[in-house]
Ligand binder design. Structure first.
Ligand SMILES: C=CC1=C(C)c2cc3[nH]c(cc4nc(cc5[nH]c(cc1n2)c(C)c5CCC(=O)O)C(CCC(=O)O)=C4C)c(C)c3C=C
Ligand SMILES: [Fe+2]
Length: 514
């Protein structure tokens, strides 16, 4: 990990080119061009489009949209001397530029810090309606269901966390990133305080917001630490923020903007290419290595039914990294697959495990895994990729396995995040910048409410991505077993709630409110 992990208390301040060579028969071959239709088509839509264009995003008329290149014009801030709080003097009061107090809120997932945290962490995760969205009629079952699934999943998850040292490194890494971002902003003459708000574990988003209020922040930039946008990650955190903002007079009046995704930023792409290039050099024949992008999956329905831009952003992100590598005369074969699926429903394909086996079968001997959906080391890089997928690859005939580290506090990356924050400042509180043609992200920069209105506005039901048990020998049998199990448990839960008797009452899970 390239972070100097700090023990800060929290919330802490803080195109296709013919020379490129995708794997033969890889699904990526058919999905080279990311296409999205707005009221104006963008350049990217002029490429070859095979395999179906993903959903149209309908933007609200007054949607706040920023153009990175526009926003790159230098911003005029008062010189360092006019700052009220000077970092070097160790003054702990909040930095003020003019009358404004600038804050940056980093949103992240959070992870259990000890094995005892695992089950309650899982409860928080499964209680999130953006992870399990129950039919309206069954919404009242969200918490008992979350309790049930978390208790059942905890032993398996605990094993994983035990194998990476007894807890998730996420908090420490995110705190360190926050501190580096703060330093970078100050170095660029933008004195801002940086906060960390986690979705499912400490420091919770609510805690960060309390601190932001206490500090009297007047302008807030919300920056999810996920390069690509998904309903299940950034979307979920923004949904939570929306509800917190709506109920609070201070927050309603505080100006803010959101940077919903930033996978297309030059600094991020260059940093990913740098790390990949470096790691390729550890192989005997670097040019023969297959670059294997592995992204965290989401259930297919998120993309196909709810309009999640995640898959499109992921594919475009891979394209951009490969384009950058190509500029450096690196034209290795590459592919993209999705990992970490949970439960019986269909997730984004191709799956990482199946793709590894397939590549082995095709005679690939060297593989470099690139985790691409997350910027910190976490359980899915340290355990799933480094241990499980490596083992699978070696069994499948792959002889040399490598893995690109997560970005962590890599300097170019952090500096670019600071630039993203600075470029977004003119849009804090701004409305109705409607240059759609210039829009470079599939999800526009904007305020929380506007942003959430651009996708998933109907919040349709999503099939639960998890089930309680699986058996059977075929995928289809597992699917139906899972659905039957789900239905059975729902019926049991309904009976419990209506009769006041049953196994959840025996375990003390119900009633929820005593
Ligand atoms: C972009 C990243 C992520 C997406 C998309 C995502 C969707 C998603 N995740 C689950 C279920 C679980 N995720 C778990 C851990 C976890 N997830 C991400 C990132 C994304 N999740 C990270 C970084 C982590 C690890 C945090 C850490 O502690 O290091 C877990 C818990 C671990 C386990 O038991 O496997 C679950 C469960 C779903 C269902 C989902 C989409 C709907
Ligand atoms: Fe996850």
């Amino acid at each position: 990990m390239n972070c100097q992990v700090m023990n800060t208390s929290s919330p802490s301040p803080s195109s296709s080119s013919s020379s490129r060579n995708p794997i033969p028969n890889s699904p990526l071959l058919l999905r080279r061009t990311v296409c999205y239709s707005l009221s104006h088509k963008t350049d990217r839509c002029s490429g070859v489009q095979i395999g179906g264009c993903h959903k149209t995003l309908h933007l609200p008329r007054n949607c706040c949209v920023a153009r990175w290149s526009d926003a790159k014009r230098p911003l005029r801030y008062p010189p360092q001397a006019s700052l009220v709080a000077s970092e070097s003097k160790g003054v702990s009061s909040i930095p003020i530029v003019g009358e404004e107090k600038i804050g940056v809120l980093l949103l992240n997932l959070g992870g259990p810090e000890t094995l005892d945290d695992v089950q309650p962490f899982l409860f928080n995760l499964f209680a999130d309606p953006d992870i399990i969205r129950l039919p309206r009629l069954f919404r009242f079952l969200q918490k008992p269901l979350a309790q049930f699934i978390s208790v059942l999943r905890a032993p398996k998850s605990k094993e994983g966390y035990a194998s990476i040292g007894g807890g998730s490194p996420l908090r420490k890494i995110t705190d360190a990133q926050a501190e580096e971002l703060r330093k970078s902003l100050w170095a660029k003459n933008v004195p801002a305080k940086v906060y960390v708000g986690m979705r499912y574990w400490h420091p919770f988003t609510e805690e960060a917001i309390e601190q932001i209020k206490k500090d009297g922040i007047t302008k807030l930039v919300v920056l999810p630490l996920y390069p690509q946008f998904s309903i299940s990650t950034s979307g979920s955190s923004l949904r939570l923020l929306e509800s917190i903002f709506r109920e609070d007079e201070y927050l309603v009046n505080m100006e803010h903007t959101v940077i919903p995704s930033w996978y297309q930023r030059e600094g991020y792409i260059k940093s990913m290419a740098d790390l990949t290039e470096k790691e390729l050099q550890t192989f005997d024949n670097p040019e023969k290595v297959v670059i294997f992008f592995s992204a965290h999956g989401v259930p297919l329905a998120y993309v196909e039914e709810a309009g999640d831009p995640y898959k499109a952003e992921m594919e475009e992100c891979v394209d951009l990294i490969m384009e950058e590598l190509e500029k450096r005369k690196i034209t290795n074969p590459y592919t993209l697959a999705y990992q970490s699926r949970v439960g019986p429903v269909e997730w984004l394909k191709p799956y990482t495990d199946e793709t590894i086996i397939d590549l082995g079968r095709k005679g690939v001997k060297s593989l470099l895994a690139v985790p691409i959906s997350f910027v910190s080391e976490h359980i899915e890089t340290l355990e799933e990729i480094d241990v499980e997928y490596k083992e699978l690859a070696l069994k499948s005939g792959i002889e040399k396995w490598g893995r690109v580290p997560a970005l962590g506090c890599e300097q170019t990356f952090i500096s670019d995040l600071a630039d993203a924050v600075i470029e977004s400042l003119p849009y804090v509180g701004a409305m109705a910048v409607s240059n759609l043609e210039a829009r470079q992200s599939l999800v526009p920069l904007g305020s929380v409410e506007e942003l959430l209105a651009t996708y998933d506005s109907q919040r349709r039901e999503l099939p639960p991505p998890v089930t309680f048990w699986e058996w059977g020998w075929t995928k289809s049998a597992e699917t139906w077993n899972g659905r039957a199990a789900m239905l059975a448990v729902l019926v049991l839960l309904v009976l419990e709630v209506t009769t006041g008797e049953g196994f959840l009452h025996q375990w003390g899970v119900l009633p929820l409110f005593r």
